[in-house]
Design a protein around this ligand. Structure first.
Ligand SMILES: [Zn+2]
Length: 402
């Protein structure tokens, strides 16, 4: 049984000078409209405790376009501006549902510049994409083919801090579920190796990354030495962004291959829920990058499990995966990070990460057998105290960026 999913395909493209100017103008207008609408909503919410709807924001936009100082908004395609208001609407819906923090202003420097075009604002003909207000199609580098016969429903154009242009095409795609298997795997997130599997396999960080990371650190040091506002500083900033972008690209590629492999080989995949709060506390560069990849790997596992009919079990982050002996169930009081191998009182010798991955798998399978929403209490065979509170979450399909 196949299933239809929405899937984003991302490519680099090289705009002509005219296209680049048009897009930069559009990005600026998108940001302005978003921020202005946010400002009005904030005034209404904090001043009068009144919620502003998308329709009201949209009416306001029409009014802004009629004023002299905002007349330039009429020069760009109206669709990306409307889409910006829709995104703001979603941000507020998430805020009111307590799923997200209060929406923030888009900054010219920190936010990624982007514009979203729906069906009425682009032409798709013979595999060529032409955006509204443009005479020529975009020069896209098709690094992989779109699914056979597919037509994009939404197109997002963006420019990253390294100055590279991307277009993301949202298409319908048909997914065939993977063949059922009885295999299951537990995954432990690490720093020394990227992840360790319950099978004992350790997956190292991508090749080149150590060197790229050293380059990044050097580029960052150089950036710090440049005077603020100078041309050299801008050059140094670009350099940092470039090295960083390369690390992120290689990482993503690597994580795609890894997640696809794990999902194809296993019916059940168990991971630990590393809390976002914990992740944000990271200081070292290595730590920051490994945390970012963990978040990305998790989201890839989530949607790929949903696509291919697999189960992703997420166990509670307080589960003492590295302190628990998988053989006898004893929990060691202390397990400093530098201890890579240890021997339990029962005589079993453990590799720290492999033991953790095995414990994660066992906890996940126990939780999975109890079904959704059940929080089984596992008893320690030795102390008799309740040891772990588990929580299962089933994967939900998301729309990935590829
Ligand atoms: Zn033991």
């Amino acid at each position: 049984m196949t299933q239809q999913v929405k899937r984003a395909f991302r490519y680099r493209f090289y705009p002509t000078d005219e296209q680049a100017a048009e897009l930069s103008r559009t990005f600026g207008c998108v940001r302005l409209v978003y921020n202005k609408a946010l400002e009005e909503r904030t005034r209404a919410w904090y001043g009068e405790h009144r919620r502003v709807s998308y329709v009201q924001s949209s009416t306001a936009l029409t009014e802004w376009k009629k004023t002299e100082e905002l007349a330039f908004l009429r020069e760009v395609s109206s669709v990306p501006l409307q889409q910006a208001l829709r995104h703001l609407q979603t941000a507020f819906a998430n805020f009111f549902a307590k799923r997200a923090k209060y929406p923030r202003y888009k900054s010219r420097k920190k936010s990624r510049a982007s514009a979203e075009y729906t069906r009425s604002a682009f032409k798709w003909r013979d595999g060529k994409l032409t955006l509204a207000k443009m005479a020529e199609p975009l020069d896209i580098r098709w690094s992989r083919p779109l699914p056979e016969g597919s037509v994009p429903t939404t197109v997002t154009v963006s420019r990253d801090s390294a100055g590279r242009w991307f277009v993301s095409l949202l298409c319908e795609d048909t997914i065939t579920p993977a063949r059922p298997t009885t295999a299951a795997v537990g995954i432990d997130a690490g720093i020394t190796s990227l992840v360790t599997l319950s099978t004992g396999e350790k997956i190292a960080n991508p090749r080149h990354e150590r060197r790229d990371r050293a380059r990044l650190a050097k580029a960052q040091r150089e950036l710090c030495r440049k005077a603020k506002g100078s041309a050299n500083r801008e050059k140094a900033r670009r350099k940092v962004a470039k090295v960083h972008a390369r690390i992120v690209d290689r990482r993503r590629d690597f994580l795609h291959k890894l997640s696809t492999r794990l999902v194809h080989e296993n019916q059940v995949v168990v991971i630990e829920d590393l809390s976002v709060r914990n992740l944000l506390k990271s200081h070292s560069l290595a730590r920051a990058i490994s945390d970012a990849s963990w978040t990305e790997l998790r989201s890839m596992l989530e949607y790929k499990c949903a696509w291919y009919g697999r189960e992703l079990v997420v166990i509670d982050r307080w589960f003492p995966s590295s302190k628990l002996c998988g053989a006898c169930g004893t929990v060691t009081a202390k397990m400093p990070l530098n201890v890579r191998e240890w021997t339990c009182e029962c005589g079993t010798a453990h590799d720290r990460d492999v033991n953790a991955a095995r414990n994660i798998l066992a906890a996940g399978l126990a939780a999975s057998a109890c079904g959704d929403g059940v929080r089984p209490q596992r008893e320690s065979s030795r102390t008799g105290r309740s040891l772990v509170k588990q929580e299962t979450q089933r994967a939900t399909a998301g729309i990935p960026r590829l």
